[in-house]
Design a protein around this ligand. Sequence first.
Ligand code: ADA
Length: 568
Amino acid sequence: MLRSFPEHVLRQADDLAGVWDFAFLGDVDASAVDVTRIAYDDVMPVPMCFDATPKYAGKRGVAAYRRRITLVDDTRHRLVFGGLHHYGRLYVDGKLIQEHTAGGFVRFTADVLPHAAGDVELVVLVDNRYDPKRAPLHVPYADWYHYGGLTRGIELHRLGDAWINALRVTTTNLAKRKIRVAVAWGSDARVTEDVPLRIDIDGATIVEDTVTLRGKGGELTFDLTVPNGKPWSPQSPNLHLLSVRLGDDDLRDRIGLREVKVKGRQVLLNGEPLRLLGVNRHEAHPQFGHAIPEAIMLQDLQIIRDMGCNFIRGSHYPQDQKFLDLCDQLGFLVWNESIGWQFKTEHLTSKPFMKSLLANTELMVEASYNRPCVIMWGIINESPSDDKKNRPSYAALLGRLKGMDATRPVTYACNTWKHDAALDLCDIVSLNIYPGWYWDRLEDLDGDAIAKIIRHVDGRMGNGRKPMIISEIGADAIPGCRDWNADRWSEQYQASLLEKVIDSLFVRGDRVCGLAIWQYCDMRSSEGLPRVLGKPCGYNKKGIVTEYRLPKMAYWTVKERYTKLGRR
Ligand code: ADA
């Protein structure tokens, strides 16, 4: 399943998770593969990253997945993918039905147009190579290992003649528990009259009517009051089950009544100022790659909560819906960002590149708009926002986010803060800084190593009228490395640096409203030479826990300080 609960009760939605036929085709052109003549000599679970298995570890190329699927009748069917890495081509009975070039980490669909009922062969070609044309958003120098595969599950839906494409739920008046429900629908019939429509919340029927659907699609909106509505907050993560039925189709979602606003230097949740105490979390594990099972997701959230965190920056790509479902249920606050890692001006001024990046961004919002845990949207981590040539792309991406969602603040993690030229487009100013690691000494953190950066940015950004988050700061530590020098790479150094960072920001300072330590867990970096040479075993070791989620010395330092701050 793509979510932690069934999104459909009426609609036939087949879960295609399981063990598929598999063949690693290697260094071939996916578009030249004759998918009717592939010799499947292996099997592979879905969801999974094939290159997280020992046999295919480190391999890059085209992989072929195959299974039979059943079209229950001759109406439109829809394949729903939770994530495909990186480039994909989808075939039904040997016929190409869709290409995927919007990159990994995003939920997308591919329709099987009206087709004779019965069993058909589904083949998915997945290419995990770095390919500037087919997978432009996966850059080989990014500091994470770009695993490949079908990573977040797949479903086959029967749509029938008229169907619900999406529900978009907005809290319109928290005090009065009012929401706006937008029901986006599609149809293959020209006009469908007297279509029954019903909206239930927590099992109580709120709307019961009939509607006429004209044309290929449209949107119905309803302003409703949630009966016995309870606000969502980290302390009380109340969720309500919204169920919409249109004809013989339906769609359900779990929603949270809450409002996020920016006021001066504060981010307010339901009118209360937030102090965001958090970590950056990659979806990475040595044995699963990006295909993190729910069991590991839950352990991650248990650990992150135990550390005293209320905030998670999903770095550096759209988060798994199942992970966000758990964050909704457990009351975490999430920064969800579209894919990006130090993209270059040549990328941000390229139309094809920006087309893929806008698609990745749009798909992120479409999938997560209703998630109460998502309190802000981010874009393109650490990209050249100091180059004025890129301002139009920042404006296009941030503008698209605001156009799709007027309810959440937008930001980007900036490391070009010395001469940044786009932070004014953000609602929240977010800085990636590494004093004490990439520059300065540990003891400089006892001074104003951090404060002087904040002063510089505030001085350039209209005297600091906006909320500010330190979106990355940290130090590498090799587990078990403890020595009397207590220098860089030792666990003592990392613990001491994080202690000084938290004290500088929240004990001696009060400018920032949030901190996301870099990072929650160790993870493999990309295999590019400069990257690998600079990292022990090719791993980014700035995790507070190891890649297998075992605590380093810094864990207890962060826990002690975050827990104390959380009580204030
Ligand atoms: C950057 C980047 C992170 C990671 C970090 C580091 O801030 O955003 O993904 O690479 O540096 O560990 O150096």
